[in-house]
Design a protein around this ligand. Sequence first.
Ligand code: T6T
Length: 326
Amino acid sequence: MARKQLVLALATAALLTAGSDATFSQEKIKIGFLPGVVDPFYQVMQIGVEKAAAEFGIEVVTQVPPTWGVEAQTPLLNALVARGDLKYIVTAPVDKEQMVAPLQAALEAGIKVITVDTFLGDGDYVGGPVTFPISYIGSDNVEGGRISARGLAKAIGGKGTVYINSTNPNVSSVEGREKGFAEVMKNEFPDIKVLGPDYNLDDPNKAAQQTAAIIEQNPDLAGVFGTNVFSAQGAGNAVVNAGLGGHVQVVAYDATKDAIESLNKGDVTLVLAQKPFDMGYMAVQFAAADAAGVTSLPKRVQTGFAIIDKANVTDPNYSRFIYQAQ
Ligand code: T6T
């Protein structure tokens, strides 16, 4: 009898264990996706996020700020945290200092953070001032700025005045681009004078107005560097509206269809494509890996670029990186 009871107890325990395992494996991990703003770059990133989520059986809750800024991003973050059912947040912090406290609060509420495209602090999550995110997955934007500077310098023959139009200060991505650009111009091209950056707050109309004013004050302007989608779009439009398309050289960060059209028309010299699909896909992979117990995820992943010009724009090895929301 005692033996029978023991067998029954063991069988029940085994069933319970199996039951709880089964329940555990059926429970979908939920993650939040909070990009910087509505734009073609983050739309492609969202495609990467959703593809990986479908493959890993993860549920994604997406919130996209309508405008760029801490005021727009923070309430959406707080709402994601308040749901109480998210395990991870994949986000592009819109300010490297001001988004630290709200994201730290998310962590304290039990949500792990993965940053994509932009980072917190100085981006060194091992030895820097901010180390709590699992990883930064994005472009090496300082290098992207250097590439842009060399491309623009070549296009203008190594001398003249160039102008940087950018979005906001304190955003790791565009700040890196401005820094890399200015550094190369200073160290490698002493005959090039750099104006700006002016900050357009991610508004293409403002970017166009600012660039038009610069063109007016500097009739000899040789080149323009637009550090992201809306900066390049606005600055490029100002150049064309002034009748200077193809005369003032434009380097555009971000491979939107608009930028590629301008490249084909000869109004833009060089387009830097980032890899937002990779950023989104890998961030979700990282969440899945972390949830599965992986402990050796790299704290920084650089996703690289495709540098597109008129000569390679139809080559599928390059054109595949043009941002297309499917
Ligand atoms: O350039 C991208 C992104 O890398 C940057 O952080 C913000 O602007 C974009 O989203 C383009 O609009």
